[in-house]
Design a protein around this ligand. Structure first.
Ligand SMILES: [Zn+2]
Length: 100
């Protein structure tokens, strides 16, 4: 008792995740929201819009386009994109694909 699951909420005005320290919305938060909204893009965008509005005034080192992409760009993308880590170099070492 007393153990709370980490809440992947934003620490503002830095907009980093309170739980994992990644730029918010972090991967886990996106996944949670996708599940919450059942991948309904419109619902997700509605949910993110107030955050986006605030972030535009608080995040100063990104362009408005970059902020929009970060906060709502992921809504329309399939969840599968985040299930595997994207390697920046694009190197593939052995494929082990499991069904499911
Ligand atoms: Zn997080």
């Amino acid at each position: 008792m007393g153990e709370h699951p980490p809440l992947h909420g934003p620490a503002r005005p830095e907009w980093i995740c309170l739980a994992c320290g990644d730029p918010w919305p972090c991967r886990m938060r996106k996944r949670q929201l996708k599940e919450l909204c059942r991948c309904d893009v419109r619902l997700l965008r509605n949910y993110m819009t107030p955050y986006l509005r605030d972030a535009r005034t608080e995040i100063t080192d990104l362009s408005p386009d970059e902020i929009t992409e970060r906060f709502t760009g992921w809504c329309a993308r399939p969840l599968g994109r985040w299930t595997t880590d994207e390697a920046p170099g694009g190197g593939t070492d052995g494929r082990s694909t499991l069904p499911g």
